[in-house]
Design a protein around this ligand. Structure first.
Ligand code: IVH
Length: 662
């Protein structure tokens, strides 16, 4: 009787575990689960002789081993060969194609955990083992049993060995490290180390508390189960009760394969666990057999490894640079390291505060991280690697180039060199003038501008336009020939016909970025108009606030700046806006519009374009900042919201009549 009840409870709880952890579709509540579990624990305590090895009560841990037993992998647990770039992926595919015609591959995520082998006898989990050296591993059964999505019983009573990865989800890793920090314990460097540390615990209660999880991806003897392909094998594994990673794709050519890799290179940060690459497996099991193995790896699979996103290196020195605005920036000079595919030897430390908050010292070993497209950052210091010779950071108070005293502006972390004749500022200003988003003078990279400045050819912006007079001399310079100088002169010449916004951005007026330059050029059309604009006229322009307006006024109050502009004008640089001008229209100027419903006589794109041309702005959400909502057929909730907020509403025909007036 009691035995029957215990068997029944085990069945209910194992099923509930599977539904909850593997299918993500529970059919009983947590409360019910806890009640069944408590009932089973009580019965097992009373009748220890009836306790079954596959009882879900093992999930809570408790079993303690004295040491890890050694186990032998009957079939060695091999690792994977690596590829790091497109050409190596193509070479892998070509090697396969030599022996297999029209191969198909299954692409999988490469889970950053530790590999595990699970052994089932008669459908029951009897052993979990680490890879070890591939032949001899360690018995970690007591800990594996605590991992909730590893089935203790399979849906079929078969003998099977199955392999996969144990990992720690990112949020569990962060919570664990936070707790360890609170208790003054050493932190784990990453989720993989934390997972490895957790399964190598003698007391299974520790592993049970660590919220580990698993993905299974390999069946060494798939042919025993009359499976034909790896893809099918994964489906079979799912049916047995294992968690298989859902992000898999079967591909049949190199473009699809590269597409999968690109997709996950972009999306990897959105996953709740870490991956370090993509595994590419030849799909057909007969073909796998044909390709065979080397001593270390299968020939039928490989792992594309993502470029490392975080690396450690030594910070050799901190040097200061002066930007075109005069801002003085501390830079980390690093022992060169490879990070995300490029070698890094220098990176910005932003400002004094950034360095002191992290207590970054010269001689420290630091972690450099790159996220997405941003420039690499020094994210932390490895304090434990200090040996006492590190030199604390000290901010400088004089310009490293011209020696004048630095000034710290109110509410800003940065220090500035205020000397207008400081060489560093001038060089940076010239580099900015020629840069791609500014005057786009091709060929003028940082070092050429600096060399030409130091040789006296380039001192101010207008000097670009008289460089042609020195053509013969320049051709004599080392590294330059007729052709390269002619190319430089050609790109200088074509920069003369840029539209006004490029010049406005190139001048380096404080607070005038690319977007503001465009708005100013559209509104004022010519440099002349802008030079004469008053503060009031400037602030009335959409997106121009008081800080920008003040900065522009003060720029044009400075005689030196006006002289530079005169010189450029004289050199033939275009001073007007060449795009489609704004046709100011009172009904639209400086107002924010929201469109809702479908418009009949005009497309949405055209409507937006008109609104912007007449000096208005469009937005997709209705708020108190909205001035007008234009309502077409079948308007949505934006219409209701507009009525609720008392915002002005125009019908489509009202809108059209207002555009037609202009
Ligand atoms: S297949 C014989 N698939 O990566 C094939 N391995 O660097 C065995 N790994 O030792 C491995 N995700 O620990 C395979 N989807 C995946 C994987 C994966 C992570 C690990 C595994 C392996 C290592 C090789």
């Amino acid at each position: 009787m009691i035995r029957d009840r215990m068997n029944e409870l085990i069945e209910i709880l194992n099923r509930a575990n599977y539904e909850y952890n593997t299918l993500d579709a529970p059919t009983i509540t947590d409360q019910e689960y806890d009640n069944y579990l408590r009932e089973l624990i009580k019965l097992e305590e009373k009748h220890p002789e009836l306790k079954r090895s596959d009882s879900p009560t093992v999930r809570v841990g408790g079993e303690i081993v004295e040491s890890f037993g050694k186990i032998t992998h009957e079939i060695p647990m091999l690792s994977l060969s690596n590829v790091f770039n497109e050409s190596e992926i193509i070479a892998f595919d070509e090697r396969i194609r030599k022996e297999v015609s029209n191969p198909e591959y299954t692409c999988e995520l490469k889970i950053d955990g530790l590999s595990v082998s699970l052994l089932y006898k008669n459908g029951k989990l009897v052993r979990g083992a680490t890879r070890g050296d591939g032949v001899t591993g360690e018995d970690i059964t007591h800990n594996v049993r605590t991992i909730k999505n590893i089935p203790l019983v399979l849906s079929e009573p078969i003998d099977i060995e199955i392999r996969g990865e144990i990992y720690m989800p990112k949020d569990s890793f962060e919570a664990l490290n936070e707790e360890r920090a609170r208790n003054g314990m050493d932190l784990f460097a990453n989720p993989r180390n934390a997972a490895a540390g957790s399964v190598r615990q003698l007391d299974s209660k520790v592993a049970a508390s660590r919220n580990l999880s698993s993905f299974l991806y390999h069946l060494p003897e798939a042919e025993k189960f009359s499976l034909d392909s790896h893809y099918e094998t994964l489906q079979f594994m799912k049916r047995l009760g294992f968690t298989v990673n859902p992000n898999i794709r079967k591909v049949s050519n190199i473009d699809e394969l590269l597409g999968f890799i690109q997709e996950w290179t972009d999306k990897r940060n959105t996953l709740p666990y870490e991956i370090d690459g993509i595994v590419i497996k030849l799909d057909n099991l007969m073909d796998q057999k044909k390709m065979g193995y080397t001593a270390k790896y299968p020939r039928w699979a490989t792992a594309y490894k993502f470029p490392a996103m975080e690396v450690y290196t030594k910070l050799k020195d901190i040097r200061f640079s002066v930007g075109r605005t005069g801002q003085v920036t501390p830079n980390a000079i690093l022992e060169p390291v490879l990070l995300a595919g490029s070698t890094i030897s220098k990176t910005t430390l932003h400002n004094e505060e950034y360095v002191t908050l992290r207590d970054i010292r010269i001689g420290d070993i630091v972690a450099i991280k790159k996220a997405g497209d941003v420039i690499p950052e020094v994210v932390k210091v490895l304090i434990e690697r200090r040996n006492g010779t590190e030199i604390p950071f000290e901010m400088i108070h004089e310009c490293p180039i011209c020696g004048s005293s630095l000034v710290r502006l109110e509410n800003e972390a940065a220090y500035y060199c205020k000397n207008p004749h400081c060489d560093a500022k001038k060089i940076e200003g010239l580099i900015h003038y020629a840069s791609r988003d500014a005057m786009n003078i091709e060929g003028f990279g940082d070092s050429i501008v600096e060399d030409f400045y130091n040789m006296g050819y380039l001192k101010s912006f207008s000097d670009f336009y008289s460089l042609f007079q020195f053509k013969e001399e320049l051709m004599e310079l080392e590294g330059f020939g007729n052709k390269s100088i002619q190319n430089l002169l050609d790109s200088i010449e074509s920069s003369k016909s840029n539209s006004l916004e490029r010049l406005l951005f190139a001048l380096g007026i404080r607070h005038v970025g690319k977007k503001t330059a465009k708005i100013l050029a559209m509104y004022f059309h010519t440099m002349d108009h802008l030079q004469k604009a008053t503060y009031d006229e400037l602030v009335s322009v959409r997106d121009v606030g008081s800080i920008i307006a003040k900065s522009i006024v003060s720029y044009f109050e400075n005689e030196d700046n006006n002289r530079v502009i005169d010189e450029l004008r004289l050199a033939g640089v275009n001073m007007s806006f060449l795009g489609r001008p704004i046709e100011l229209n009172e009904a639209f100027m400086n107002k924010t519009f929201v469109l809702t419903g479908s418009l009949e006589s005009i497309t949405r794109e055209e409507a937006k374009e008109k609104i912007e041309r007449f000096g208005g702005k469009t937005s997709s959400t209705v708020s108190s900042k909205t001035d007008v909502v234009i309502v077409g057929q079948k308007p949505g909730s934006k219409y209701d919201k507009a009525k609720e907020l008392g915002i002005m509403i125009w019908t489509e025909s009202e809108f059209i009549s207002k555009i037609e007036i202009s």
